[in-house]
Design a protein around this ligand. Structure first.
Ligand SMILES: [Zn+2]
Ligand SMILES: [Zn+2]
Length: 102
């Protein structure tokens, strides 16, 4: 979870050009996450037209990079609701992000 450095509003994660970017809904400030999506993104990820739902804490296991956690589950949907949503997991400890293919 990120807070806006300007107005301290909780920021919304978005995938912009394959990168995870946090956007402030109040003042529109953007902060790039240190993590990038490791897997080759599919067509829906190339669009800015995606919605990322707020992360949900999960007990999905350990991070494959740092072996710790907690792991947050991110659900990403395209605005054309006929496509299935994409699920990502992000380690809140080292911000490593990976995609759920299950
Ligand atoms: Zn702000
Ligand atoms: Zn980690």
């Amino acid at each position: 979870m990120r807070f806006c450095p300007k107005c301290n509003t909780r920021m919304t994660p978005k995938i912009v050009k394959k990168e995870l970017v946090f956007t402030c809904p109040k003042c529109n400030k953007r902060v790039k996450s240190d993590s990038t999506i490791k897997e080759a993104p599919d067509e829906s990820l190339r669009s800015d037209n995606v919605i990322v739902l707020p992360p949900v804490k999960t007990t999905v296991g350990e991070c494959s990079r740092c072996g710790k956690g907690p792991i947050a589950k991110l659900i990403m949907q395209t605005r054309s609701a006929d496509e299935p949503s994409t699920i990502f997991y992000r380690c809140e400890n080292c911000l490593f992000t990976w995609r759920d293919y299950g």
